[in-house]
Each structure stands twice: as structure tokens, then as C-alpha cells.
Design a protein around this ligand. Structure first.
Ligand code: HEM
Length: 263
């Protein structure tokens, strides 16, 4: 425990923490992408996947808490590392930075902050389904059936969500920032873990670029495909549910109760 505390206090320990939490977050980004790409299949595919995740609350909340801890550690380590570097080198290098590192850490901080802001918007959009921010209506009303059981129509939610051009634009901007963050972050995590040498470094940087481009194309393909017409028929039918009033008998509504009282 003492050793861990000592390690955390050192800048090397913080670099390890950033690298390990970065690996975990990257694992989530890839897993989430693979799950989301099921939108290119039949609606039942992604709906049953989402239903499966929601039917395992222990697993879901365990993963959520793990993810949240990684995000918190990643940010705290990044901020403390920047402050440590600044206090160790208050004047800075002539020309602005050592090997461009000050510029890189600034753009990592900026891209990381935009990604965090996006994730907050994204959680309100698709997880909490806040009607005020999606430009469409109440996604909670989107229901379908799987094996006779009513479940959330996540497919319709994604299609209707991305049919709004400004929403797709927000996602595409965030995915561009995610690409920039990953393309530098992936290679620097190998550096933190000690894999920098003349033979491996060019390969690591090239592989990081390729992986980041693949992740970008994967995520960006979803809003782009929806704007190009993916799932249009399904969404057309689902849209009717958004404009429908909540199911309420005339007797149970306030107007109904007032009418009854006036009789
Ligand atoms: C086209 C891109 C994306 C799509 C279509 C998408 C779709 C979704 C959907 C449908 C949910 C809600 C799942 C549910 O509650 O049923 C979700 C949750 C989430 N997404 Fe995304 N997502 C995208 C990009 C991203 C990116 C780039 C990140 C992170 C950098 C991200 C992070 C999350 C997180 C943290 C959750 C909450 C998971 C949970 O605890 O339920 N998403 N996403």
C-alpha cells in the first residue's frame, strides 16, 4: 500500500496510472464500437444486445463504476503530471517546448476536455434519454418487442437521434477529437510503459495512427450512414410513437377528474 502511495507520488507512477487507465478506456472504446456497429444489422440485433446488457444490472454497474474510476484517475494523473512538469521547468524551453511536448500536452488536455464534455452530452442523450436535448422527442417512448417482451427500441433511438443533422455534427466533431487524442495517447502509453527504442518506436507510432483511424471510421460511419438513409423505414414507424400522448384513461387524467367532478 505504501509502495503504491509512493509510486503515485512520483511522476513515473502517474505516467503508469495514465497508461493503465488509458488501456482500460481504450478497451471500452473498442468494445462499445463493436456493440454499436450492430446497428448495421437488423433492428433486433442491437436491441437484443442492449436488452442483454440491461438485464445484467450487476455487470452493468460494475463496468460503469470501473469506467468512472478510470476516467477520474486518468484526469487526476494528467492534471498532476502537468503541474509537476510545470513546477520542475517553470521558465520553459527556448522555442516553447522540449520536442514539442508542451504543445502536445496542451492539445491532449484540450481534446480530452472536449471528449469529456461530449460523454456528458452523450449520457444525457442516449443513456438518460433527456428529451430536451435530442431535437426529436421522448426516446423513453420508443418500445419494441423481443420474444413477446416489451423492450427499449435502441435501434430506433439511434436512427432518430442521428437523423438530426446538428446532433450528427456534434458526434462527428467529438469523434475527430477522439481520433486526435488516441493517435497521440496510444503511442505515448507505450512510451510510458518503456517501449521506446529505435526499432519499435516508428512501428508503434504507425500502428497507433492506423488503429485511431479505424476507430474514427467505425464511429463516424454510424451518423454518416443514418444521414444517408440507414433505418429510414423503421424510424418512420417509430416516429409515430414519439408524437403519441402518454397512455391515460380520460378518468385518470386531471382534465378527466375535473370533468367527473363537474358532472
Ligand atoms: C456513433 C457513436 C456512438 C454511438 C452510436 C453510441 C451509442 C450509445 C448508446 C446507444 C448508449 C446507451 C446504451 C443504453 O443505455 O442502452 C451509449 C452509452 C455510452 N456511450 Fe456511446 N455511442 C457512441 C460513441 C461513444 C463514444 C465515442 C464514447 C466515449 C468516448 C461513448 C461512451 C459511452 C458511455 C460511457 C456510455 C454509457 C454506458 C453505460 O453505462 O450505459 N460513446 N452509447
Amino acid at each position: 500500500m505504501n509502495l503504491l502511495r509512493q509510486l503515485w507520488r512520483s511522476s513515473l507512477g502517474k505516467k503508469y496510472a495514465m497508461a493503465l487507465t488509458g488501456v482500460a478506456l481504450f478497451g471500452f472504446v473498442v468494445g462499445h464500437l463493436l456493440g454499436n456497429l450492430q446497428v448495421f444489422g437488423a433492428p433486433e440485433l442491437i436491441n437484443s444486445y442492449a436488452h442483454f446488457l440491461k438485464s445484467k444490472p450487476g455487470l452493468l454497474w460494475g463496468a460503469r463504476l470501473g469506467l468512472l474510476s478510470c476516467v477520474a484517475l486518468h484526469i487526476v494523473a494528467a492534471v498532476q503530471l502537468t503541474l509537476l512538469n510545470r513546477s520542475a521547468r517553470p521558465i520553459g524551453y527556448a522555442g516553447g517546448s522540449a520536442y514539442g511536448s508542451a504543445w502536445k500536452s496542451r492539445y491532449m488536455a484540450l481534446s480530452g476536455s472536449v471528449i469529456l464534455a461530449f460523454v456528458i452530452y452523450h449520457l444525457l442523450h442516449f443513456t438518460a434519454m433527456q428529451p430536451g436535448i435530442n431535437g426529436v422527442g421522448d426516446f423513453n417512448k420508443l418500445k419494441t418487442t423481443l420474444a413477446g417482451e416489451p423492450v427499449a427500441d435502441v435501434y430506433a433511438m439511434m436512427i432518430l437521434g442521428f437523423q438530426v443533422p446538428w446532433v450528427s455534427l456534434v458526434y462527428l466533431i467529438a469523434q475527430t477529437l477522439l481520433f486526435l487524442h488516441l493517435s497521440h495517447g496510444l503511442s505515448s502509453l507505450f512510451q510510458s510503459l518503456g517501449f521506446r527504442n529505435h526499432v519499435w518506436w516508428p512501428r508503434i507510432t504507425a500502428a497507433s495512427q492506423i488503429v485511431s483511424v479505424v476507430v474514427f471510421i467505425g464511429y463516424a460511419s454510424i451518423p454518416v450512414a443514418v444521414l444517408a438513409g440507414l433505418g429510414r423505414d423503421h424510424a418512420q414507424k417509430a416516429k409515430a410513437a414519439l408524437s403519441s400522448q402518454p397512455l391515460e384513461s380520460p378518468e385518470s387524467s386531471i382534465a378527466g377528474v375535473a370533468k367527473e367532478a363537474l358532472k
